[in-house]
Design a protein around this ligand. Structure first.
Ligand SMILES: *Cc1c(COP(=O)(O)O)cnc(C)c1O
Length: 388
């Protein structure tokens, strides 16, 4: 039997074969500890890590020493929020973020609140956008950090990052962005966008799971932060523990490929994504796109299908298509999507919405088949529902 067509690239991406090939030597010949640079084994691993760091830094227009390797974007978000709030208690205790953030940010903000920090959770509009004016208004003399995601993982809405960066910069407040869905897909230039800290992850850009990075600005301003993990003082003391050499090499290769292919790939995915949206909206009565009509990642399609329970649709199509009922993290719980609720929709809409995200290995044929299968399955479920 053919395996289902994968339509969940926002949850995770397959490792590109070129990435796997680049990683292979670091499991065998070049297995040395990159911190043991007194001998050739260690030195070879250290060189590979530093090469990857340079490539990764270049993709977001920062310097290599501003990149801290972590286990993924969840850890990067934790390190950014907790690390900055803890290290800057002399500056204040106030954090500004928003309701549609990934749980890695939202739950960390909740934790900080329990530890006595002040947290402002900004609302978003119907399209999922934060108003820069609202960010401006939320700032107090005690505000230390603003954290707003670059692109939403459930609906793909792009935030006005440049404007928020400018506001933060003018007020002398640190600006962190969870750019896990944006890096490798759109241009993320930390200088132009005036970003001070940025979280991103390897497994969302065709690299291996379990490795990510936090960019921390070291000049104008130098961002102070405390570590979460203490030990041998790796990564400038901000993230102790033996480095994941093969993972980091894979992450570097993965972003290098994304950078080389970004423009043509973005065009291709925009076209495929737009085709899919047109077909689904055209053939499924009542269907609506959740999120922003234009200011969004075009490969991410979040659709409201009135009268169709998303879990039932996923089960009906499980041998043919792999897609999501929202975010990956919410699917084990039967809870409405916090993102769709934040857009001001009733709970019902969340149970009737699906997320389809396409990527590098999605073909035109896949899109045609996916839309055909979805249309048929929706018709089937609606017919059953009417009969019952
Ligand atoms: C996937 C994702 C994360 C979590 O990344 P991990 O590397 O899996 O920890 C955080 N934020 C966003 C926006 C994501 O899409």
């Amino acid at each position: 039997m053919q395996s289902p067509i994968y339509l969940d690239y926002n949850a995770s991406t397959p490792v590109d074969p070129r990435v796997l090939e680049a990683m292979a030597p670091y499991f065998s010949d070049a297995f040395g500890n990159p911190s043991s640079i007194d001998h050739q084994h260690g030195a070879r691993a250290a060189e590979a890590v530093e090469n990857a760091r340079t490539v990764i830094a270049e993709t977001i227009a920062v310097r290599p020493e501003e990149i801290i390797f972590t286990s993924g974007a969840t850890e990067s978000d934790n390190l950014a929020l907790i690390g900055v709030m803890e290290a800057n208690e002399d500056r204040g205790d106030h954090l500004i973020t928003c309701r549609t953030e990934h749980p890695a940010v939202l739950e960390t903000a909740t934790y900080l609140k329990k530890r006595g920090k002040q947290v402002t959770l900004l609302d978003v509009d119907r399209t999922g956008r934060v108003d820069p004016e609202a960010v401006q208004k939320a700032i107090t003399p005690k505000t230390v950090l603003i954290s707003i995601m670059a692109a939403n993982n459930e609906i793909g809405t792009l935030a006005p990052i440049a404007e928020i960066g400018r506001i933060a910069h003018e007020r002398g407040i640190y600006f962190h962005t969870d750019a896990t869905q944006a890096v490798g897909r759109t241009e993320m230039d930390a200088q132009k966008l005036r970003i001070d800290l940025m979280s991103f992850s390897s497994h969302k850009v065709y690299g291996p799971k379990g490795v990510g990075a936090l960019y921390v600005r070291r000049r104008q301003p130098f961002v102070r932060l405390t570590p979460l993990i203490h030990g041998g003082g790796h990564e400038r003391g901000l993230r102790s523990g033996t480095m994941n050499t093969s993972g980091i090499v894979g992450f570097g290769k993965a972003l290098q490929i994304c950078k080389q292919e970004r423009k043509s790939e973005q065009r291709r995915l925009t076209q495929l994504g737009n085709t899919l949206v047109q077909q689904l909206l055209g053939k499924i009565p009542g269907a609506e796109l959740n999120g922003h009509p234009t200011e969004r990642l075009r490969h991410c399609i979040n659709l409201f299908l009135p009268g169709v329970e998303n879990k039932a649709l996923i089960v009906a199509l499980k041998d043919k298509l792999s897609f999501s009922a929202g975010s990956a993290c919410a699917t084990s719980k039967v809870e409405p999507s916090h993102v769709l609720l934040s857009l001001g929709y009733p709970e019902e809409r969340s149970y009737n919405s699906i997320r389809i995200s396409i990527g590098r290995f999605t073909t035109e044929e896949d899109v045609a088949r996916a839309s055909e299968e979805l249309v048929l399955a929706v018709q089937g479920l609606r017919a059953n529902f009417t009969r019952a």
